[in-house]
Design a protein around this ligand. Structure first.
Ligand code: NAD
Length: 431
């Protein structure tokens, strides 16, 4: 099982999984759980348990040595009641049909909690991208684009990068699609390089939203960022952006980490002087005077813990040892269901991934808006609009949190599901 990821890159997995629960089972359990708090027509819930369509395609690709290898690709489209399907494409050996369906469902909730006019999708190819040369990856991507061409499009379904794919992959996909359509159609994918219609600020957007939400939740609990200590697991696209922005806003970042371990400095780390995963891979401990393990980082006595590396890192085994006052999920699905219950019982608030890291899909939405309107927004505008969208989503979730006395996760799912159910109600069932 691929660890849960919902970066729109997902998308990667926007939810937590019990140890042997599949992504689809988790997504269905969460749907049932959120529906239990709401008076929703059970027929709508029944529909939402299933994807609208799942496309499975065969991808014969010529390897550099002349052999032809055959891969399987998927695109699961869960629900489009609020707009075109939206979600990442991942290249990973363990991509399966059911995993794509579960992740597509999480994208539906993530877009709805942000009130974006999108539904949820997810896709991918069962392949190990590390075993492909750049040329092989390009051939695979172009063939995949051709095979799913009829079911994607700027008004139909808009892929984005996810695990194992990146802006270059999106550029090939957009090029292949555009060549076949006979015109340049940048809005068919998001997460492209800015030179061909990608948005400024997309790369750091999930980390930026983590920082915005962390500040909001700290203020909610009566703390100013200036008096807040933060530990961040993972120093990649999400973790480094979140740590640096929180640092810039006055928080005291006492620990950061990568796969090799963590840098720890109780007097505060100068986050800009430590290279992120993109700038110099796995270098955090090289720059550290004092190191601790990732496991120790997760149980540090800090105000805020931001797991921003992997899924399933807060588990039954360590949830009782967590000493942070607040957890903000930067990664997708960092908290297992059991850990979630333990933290809930211990009254440690956990702000869920579908809200905290949703800056990624939100700036993807901005990218799509720019593409279909043939505009390019300045970085300042992107960041200002993102701030507004995050504030609106935060307010909606906070209102549910307060009025229903539920967890932050339940509050976010309730916001999402209410919006989706309302749209289904208004549109009705065809025929
Ligand atoms: P990344 O590859 O840029 O960085 C990952 C970081 O985690 C690296 O610093 C890496 O060293 C570290 N890491 C890897 N294995 C680790 C381990 N075992 N212990 C501790 N650290 C480890 O990835 P990213 O894009 O920042 O994604 C991180 C998480 O955030 C994932 O769950 C991803 O799905 C989620 N996410 C990403 C985006 C996005 O657009 N990039 C959006 C939303 C959510």
């Amino acid at each position: 099982m691929v660890p849960p990821q919902t970066t729109e890159n997902t998308d990667s997995n926007g939810a937590q999984q019990a140890s042997n629960e599949s992504a689809l089972e988790t997504a269905r359990r969460q749907l049932r759980h959120a529906a239990g708090h709401l008076e929703i027509d059970p027929n709508i819930v029944r529909r939402l348990r299933h994807p609208t369509e799942v496309h499975e395609v065969t991808l014969p690709v010529e390897r550099d040595d002349g052999r032809v290898e055959v891969f399987t690709g998927y695109r699961a489209q869960h629900d489009s009641v609020r707009g075109p399907y939206k979600g990442g494409l991942r290249y990973h050996p363990e991509v399966t049909r059911d995993e794509c369906v579960g992740l597509a469902m999480w994208m539906t909730w993530k877009c709805a909690v942000m009130d974006l006019p999108f539904g949820g999708a997810k896709g991918g190819v069962a392949v190990n991208p590390k075993e492909l040369s750049p040329q092989e990856k390009e051939r695979l991507t172009r063939r995949f684009a051709q095979e799913i061409r009829d079911v994607i499009g700027p008004m139909q379904d808009i892929p984005a990068p996810d695990m194992g794919t990146d802006p270059q992959t999106m550029a090939w996909l957009m090029d292949a699609y555009s060549m076949q359509e006979g015109e340049t159609i940048p809005g068919v994918v998001t997460g492209k390089p800015p030179v061909i219609g990608g948005s400024h600020g997309r790369e750091e957007a999930p980390g930026r939203s983590v920082a915005i939400i962390t500040q909001a939740v700290c203020e909610y609990y009566g703390r100013s960022l200036g008096d807040t200590t933060v530990a961040v697991q993972g120093y990649g696209s999400v973790g480094a952006s979140a740590a640096r922005l929180l640092d810039d806003r006055g928080a005291n970042i006492v620990a950061i980490s990568d796969v090799n371990g963590a840098m720890y400095d109780p007097s505060g780390i100068d986050t800009h002087s430590v290279p992120s995963h993109d700038e110099e891979p796995e270098a955090v401990t090289v720059y550290a005077d004092e190191t601790i393990s990732n496991e120790e980082l997760l149980t540090l006595d800090v105000d805020v813990l931001v797991p921003a590396a992997l899924g399933n890192v807060l588990t039954e085994a360590n949830a009782n040892a967590v000493r942070a006052d607040i957890v903000v999920e930067g990664a997708n699905g960092p908290t297992t269901s059991t850990a979630d219950s333990i933290l809930d019982e211990r009254e440690i608030p956990v702000v869920p991934d579908i809200l905290a890291n949703a800056g990624g899909v939100t700036v993807s939405y901005f990218e799509w808006l720019q593409d279909i309107n043939r505009q390019s927004w300045a970085l300042e505008r992107v960041n200002e609009e993102l701030e507004l969208e995050m504030e609106a989503a935060w307010t909606a979730v906070r209102d549910e949190f307060e009025s229903r006395t539920v967890s932050w996760r339940d509050a976010a799912y309730i916001v999402a599901l209410s919006r989706i159910a309302e749209a289904h109600n208004a549109r009705g069932l065809w025929p």
